[in-house]
Every structure is written in structure tokens, then in C-alpha cells.
Design a protein around this ligand. Structure first.
Ligand code: IPM
Ligand code: MN
Length: 356
């Protein structure tokens, strides 16, 4: 028996999570996983209910779970709250408290949707990148931080900081991921300017002898941003710190042209949180228009990384390929004039395609 905490969150979160639940329940029954799923509040939904983007009950629920599924957080009605009361804080605190230091963000082309990419098909048809982003350190969490008045002027500061253990543990994840793929690891830094990232490069290099089958390269972050547009198929695994990974993973997602398709996993020791990489899309919330496939593919990642069910992960991924092959499209991935189906219907179609 495994415990799953489910946080639907805000905007389209509840709808996409409900559609993904259809798939999870179907797999649970067919595979006899005996999952025990419990819902909780996070983000704006939690602010409204308990004046806190991560109430204690939600944190406890997440800590007790083997895996967490999250829809999306945020929306315009919570945009003007003070920093500690923003929905995003719920997410950042979950990552930190659960020590989810390894964020895996695959940017994979779906050939059925090739024309949706803003880049020419010949540039992106072979794109299959895994961004491995460190998630609990760096300038996101570094101290000191703040805005204060110095000599009558407002002054803001944040601290970019990594110690070698933090670098080492995320680098191991990236090397191992590369071993299971095309064995090419590119570590991203700004070692020509920033000492923190010079240490990053040093520590990553020190580990390379433990992975003789992986070819390790290093790239400055500005060049990496450029290469992702110029020749994205050159990358296999990209290893980054928290801040650079935030930026480059958004960029990588756009290569595929279908942000509604991309899942993510945030992993710590024995724990994982799974969420689509897209946001809460408040403009289409509650209309049964959102694409649930990123959440469904996140469930596949959960089956793989937290539930030891690799074969079921692959079956869910294959079912998604099948519905795309069959021409089923939500509005975000439909070509002009193509027929579209709703969120729930897409979830049901994936369940059908599983052929249980
Ligand atoms: C992401 C998001 C978050 C981040 C925000 C919502 C705090 O942009 O998951 O990439 O910056 O990490
Ligand atoms: Mn981001």
C-alpha cells in the first residue's frame, strides 16, 4: 500500500487532476497497487480556506505520503498579497520541507504535434532533453535576502549559494539519468563570472570518473540559452542550478510547442512530487478546456519513480501516444480548424487507450 497526497490547487488544477485521477484509478485497479489517495489544499485554495498557502495539515499530509500529485497554483486574485502569502510560497515550502532537491523536466517532442513548435521541424524533430534542475538551494533560498533602506535608498539583495554536498547529490542524479539515456551530460554554469558556479563546475567534474560511460561537457548559461534555440537536438541531459534551471526549462518546454504536454518530477530521498509544468491558466478555468495530458504524464513519472511500476509508466505513456495518433486534441494542441475535445473526455480517452 502506498499513500498519495493530491493537491489540485488553483485555476485549471482541479479539472486536470480529476481527469488524471481517472487514469490513476484505472491503473491502480488493474495493477493492484492499493493506493490510498487523500486530497489537500495548497496555494490560493489554501489561502482562501486557511489564510496560509501551505497549512500545517497539508504539510503533514505531504510528509506522510509516498508521493504527491500537484495540479497548479496561483491566479490573479492572489497576486497582490505580501510575499509570504503568495500561492507560490506553498509550492516552495513543499519543495524545501520535503527536501525535493532533484527536479526532472523532460522536454520531449511529440511527433504528432511537430507543427506546434515555433522552431522549424528539422530543428526540433529529434529533441529529447531532460533538464535536471536543483530545486532546494541557490538564490531561491539563500540568506541573507531582502529589501532595506540604506543611506536613504531602497536596496534589494539575494544570495546565490551552494555547498559541495548540494552540488554533488544533484550531479549524481544527473549522471545516473544520463546513464539511462544517451549518456551525454551537459552541466550549465556561469563559471567565468560567479564563484558559486565555479565550485559547481569543479564538483561536477570531480564526479565524472565515477561515470566513465557518460560524456560530460560544461556550458555557460548564456550560451546554453542560445544553443537551445540554435541546435536543441545536441542536448541529452542538462544539469543546472535552481535559477538557471527555472529559466532554461521554460525555454526547453517551448521547443516542443506544447507546454500542456510536459510533466515533471521533484524527487528527494524516498519521496516525490509530480506536477505538470504549465501553470494554473485562470482564463480557461472551470470550462473543461484544459489539457490534462501533462498531468497524466506526471502520473506516469510517479509510477516510474515512486511506485516502482515502470511497465505501467510506459503503458500510460503509450496510451497518450495512442490518443494523439488517433487525432484527439484539446484546444491548446489543435491545429486551426481541427475538432477539439474537453479535459474530461481526454482523460477518458487515455483510460480507453490503456486497453485494460
Ligand atoms: C517553476 C515555477 C516556480 C519556480 C514558481 C511558481 C515558484 O516557475 O516551478 O518553475 O520558480 O520554481
Ligand atoms: Mn518556472
Amino acid at each position: 500500500m502506498k499513500k498519495i497526497a493530491i493537491f489540485p490547487g488553483d485555476g485549471i488544477g482541479p479539472e486536470i487532476v480529476d481527469a488524471a485521477r481517472l487514469v490513476l484509478d484505472a491503473v491502480d485497479q488493474a495493477a493492484g497497487l492499493q493506493l490510498q489517495c487523500t486530497d489537500g489544499l495548497v496555494g490560493g485554495a489554501a489561502l482562501d480556506a486557511a489564510d496560509d498557502p501551505l497549512p500545517e495539515a497539508s504539510l503533514q499530509l505531504a510528509m506522510a505520503a509516498d508521493a504527491v500529485i500537484l495540479g497548479a497554483v496561483g491566479g490573479p486574485c492572489w497576486d497582490n498579497l505580501p510575499p509570504a502569502k503568495r500561492p507560490e510560497q506553498g509550492l516552495l515550502r513543499l519543495r524545501k520541507h520535503l527536501d525535493l532537491f532533484a527536479n526532472l523536466r523532460p522536454a520531449q517532442i511529440f511527433l504528432q504535434l511537430l507543427s506546434a513548435s515555433p522552431l522549424r521541424p528539422e530543428l526540433v524533430q529529434d529533441v529529447d532533453i531532460l533538464v535536471v534542475r536543483e530545486l532546494t538551494g541557490d538564490i531561491y533560498f539563500g540568506q541573507p535576502r531582502g529589501v532595506e533602506i540604506v543611506n536613504g535608498k531602497r536596496r534589494g539583495h539575494n544570495t546565490m549559494v551552494y555547498d559541495e554536498d548540494e552540488i554533488r547529490r544533484i550531479a549524481h542524479v544527473a549522471f545516473k539519468a544520463a546513464q539511462g539515456r544517451r549518456k551525454q551530460l551537459c552541466s550549465v554554469d556561469k563559471a567565468n563570472v560567479l564563484e558559486t558556479t565555479r565550485l559547481w563546475r569543479e564538483v561536477v567534474t570531480e564526479l565524472a570518473p565515477e561515470y566513465p560511460d557518460v560524456s560530460l561537457t560544461h556550458m555557460y548559461v548564456d550560451n546554453a540559452a542560445m544553443q537551445l534555440i540554435r541546435a536543441p537536438a545536441q542536448f541529452d541531459v542538462l544539469l543546472t542550478g535552481n535559477m538557471f534551471g527555472d529559466i532554461l526549462s521554460d525555454e526547453a518546454s517551448q521547443l516542443t510547442g506544447s507546454i500542456g504536454m510536459l510533466p515533471s518530477a521533484s524527487l528527494g530521498e524516498g519521496r516525490g512530487m509530480y506536477e505538470p509544468i504549465h501553470g494554473s491558466a485562470p482564463d480557461i478555468a472551470g470550462q473543461d478546456k484544459a489539457n490534462p495530458l501533462a498531468t497524466i504524464l506526471s502520473i506516469a513519472m510517479m509510477l516510474r519513480h515512486s511506485l516502482g511500476a515502470e511497465q505501467w509508466a510506459q503503458r500510460v505513456e503509450m496510451a497518450v501516444q495512442k490518443v494523439l495518433d488517433a487525432g484527439l486534441r484539446t484546444a491548446d494542441i489543435a491545429a486551426p480548424g481541427e475538432a477539439v475535445i474537453g479535459t474530461r473526455a481526454m482523460g477518458q480517452a487515455v483510460v480507453q487507450a490503456l486497453q485494460l
